[in-house]
Design a protein around this ligand. Structure first.
Ligand code: SF4
Length: 173
C-alpha cells in the first residue's frame, strides 16, 4: 500500500530500532534454526516476511534486502529497479517520471535516511540485484551471514542461492 510505504519512511528511525531488535532475536535463534534446518524454514519464513514487509514497504521479496541502507524505502518499487540512487528523470516536484503519481523511491529514501541513526549508509554502493535470490527470505539470509561469519554453516548439506551468493550488503527488516 502506497500510503503505508510512505508512513514507513516517515517512521524510519522507529523501524530502524525495531529492526535492530529483530535482528538480535534472529541471530539468537540461529542454533534453533540450525536444528530445524534451512530448507524447512525457507518457505514459511519467507511467507511471513512477505506479509509483514509487503504491508510495511510494498516489499517485492528480492531476497537481498537493503532497506536499512535506503531510508526504509524499498528500491524495488522503482519502475526501473535502480538500487543506487535516482535516475535522471525525477521530476522537479520529486515524483517519478514513469509513474507521475508516485514519489521517487530515492527521494523518499533520502528523507527516511535523514531520520535514521545510520542513515549515512544510503551512500553505500550496492551491487546489482541477484535475481536468483528472488522470493527467498532476507531474514534467514541475515542469520546465515552471521553464522558463516562466526562459526559453522546453518545447515551443512543444504545450499540455496542465498548461501552461494556473496553480497556486499546485509541486514534489513
Ligand atoms: S527484501 Fe528487497 S524487495 Fe523486499 S523490502 Fe527489502 S529491498 Fe525491497
Amino acid at each position: 500500500m502506497y500510503w503505508m510505504r510512505r508512513w514507513s519512511v516517515r517512521h524510519a528511525r522507529a523501524l530502524e530500532i525495531t529492526y535492530n531488535a529483530v535482528e538480535r532475536c534472529l541471530i539468537a535463534a540461529a542454533p534453533l534454526f540450525r536444528k530445524i534446518g534451512d530448507e524447512r524454514l525457507e518457505k514459511p519464513v519467507a511467507a511471513v516476511e512477505k506479509v509483514i514487509k509487503g504491508a510495511l514497504f510494498d516489499c517485492q521479496m528480492c531476497g537481498q534486502c537493503i532497506l536499512s541502507s535506503t531510508g526504509m524505502s524499498c528500491p524495488m518499487n522503482c519502475p526501473k529497479g535502480i538500487r543506487n540512487g535516482p535516475c535522471g528523470g525525477v521530476r522537479a516536484d520529486g515524483y517519478c517520471e514513469v509513474k507521475p503519481e508516485m514519489r521517487c523511491v530515492w527521494v523518499e529514501g533520502w528523507d527516511g535516511a535523514r531520520r535514521m541513526k545510520k542513515g549515512s549508509q544510503i551512500q553505500t554502493v550496492q551491487f546489482a540485484v541477484d535475481h536468483r535470490l528472488k522470493g527467498h527470505s532476507s531474514w534467514l539470509r541475515v542469520v546465515r551471514e552471521h553464522v558463516a561469519a562466526t562459526a559453522a554453516p546453518l545447515s551443512a548439506n543444504t545450499e540455496t542461492p542465498a548461501q552461494s551468493s556473496a553480497s556486499p550488503t546485509k541486514r534489513t527488516p
